[in-house]
Each structure stands twice: as structure tokens, then as C-alpha cells.
Design a protein around this ligand. Sequence first.
Ligand SMILES: [Zn+2]
Length: 260
Amino acid sequence: MSFYIFIFVFGALIGSFLNVCIYRMPRNQSIIWPSSRCPSCNNPINYYDNIPIFSYYLLLRGRCRSCREKISGIYPLVEALNAFFYLLVFWRFGLSWSSAVYCILCSALIVITFIDLDFQIIPDRITLPGIPLGLIAGSFLLPDPFLRATALGYKASLIGAVSGFSLFYLVAFLSIKILKKEGMGGGDIKLMAMLGAFLGWKAVILTTFLGSLSGSIIGIGLMAFRGRERGSLIPFGPFLALGALLSLFFGQEILIWYLY
Ligand SMILES: [Zn+2]
């Protein structure tokens, strides 16, 4: 029990750093320096006001101590989400190096999701180092998410990266040629290569399927309820992240359900 409390607190602390990444990466600012500041008044945040989740609700009640400006509820949400996913990783994969790698992957997907929702970009600063990291971890360390008792291995990891890249590159190429519009950003292509490297080629298929399905449902929902213009851009990254996380945590269950 105390182990899971430790993992939760650790996940929330890393989540606090992810907020810094989500705010600064799309603005091309350093994520190391300076220390956390209020986005409204730019005053540095005291360490006791920077305790994940806790400070937001109990000490600050959702407002900055200096300027009393409202702080976005996204901050505690990101901290709680990251803590939740770290718990899920260790519950599923135990105390192992694989779990450490998957925690990094989950954190990367959280940052990508919130940046893509806000700015419609997926930062190269995450996906470009992510591809080789995924290939190395996939070759030597990680299990196959669809057959958890077996290793993923370098073939499945490499085929995953190449097929993820090629499939999405082809979709981007065809939508420009046939539909005469950009249907898929370069960020999505690199994200898919990264996911293929970490999770293997089977996950490329399932992630593409689940991502497109959930993206279509939400897209149709938005058009119906908010009158969003047909063909207006909905970021695809969050849906790919969702598909990848479902493949990671429930790939084996989904495969068994599908086969029998
Ligand atoms: Zn402030």
C-alpha cells in the first residue's frame, strides 16, 4: 500500500513538471530555467504553493497568491492524470525497468495531448528523442503489450516504427493529393513512429483503429452540438495517445476478446 502511495506522490510531482513542459514547449522556452512562475503576473511560485494537487485546492483555492488571478484547472488535472497513469503502469507491469520506461511514455503522451489540444502541434522535442528511446527499450527491455509474457524484440519494434511512419506518411500524402488539403500533420507521423517503436507493429494497427474511431465519434459530436464547421481541424494527437494507452494497458485483453 505504502508503495502505491509513493508512486502516486512521485507521479504527481512529475506531473507538476509536465505542466511546465506543456506551457513552455510550444512557446519555445527552456523547461529547466527559470523556476515555475504565474502565467498572469510572472511572479515566482513559492515551494509550498507548488505542492501538486494539494496546493491548488487547499492553499490557493484555484487562484494565484500574488495577483489573485484564476489558475487553470488543467494544472491539477495533469498532475492527477500523471499520478493515475503511474499507478496503472506499476499495477500492470510491477516493479521493473519496463515500468520506468512506460511511465516516461505515459508522461510524454500527456504532454503531447495537452499541447496538441491547445496549439495543434506535436513537439519534435518529444517525438524525435522518443523514436530511438522506443527502439532501444523495445529491443532489449519491453514486453509485447499483446502477449505480455514475451519480449517485444527488435524486429517488432523496428517494424512498428517503420510501419507507423509509412502508414501515416501515406495518409498525409494521399490527403494532399486527393483531398487537396492537409489531413495529417508531420507531428502525427513522427508520433506514430514513436508509438510503433515502443509498442510494436500490432499496436500501430490497434492505435490507428482506436484513434480514428474515437476521433470520428468526437468530431461528429462536435459538429452536431457545437456547429463546428465540417472539415475544421481537430487535433489527432490526443486520439492517438488514447489508442496507444489502451493498447499498452489492455492490448492482451483486446486481442483475446477479438480472437475468441
Ligand atoms: Zn499571479
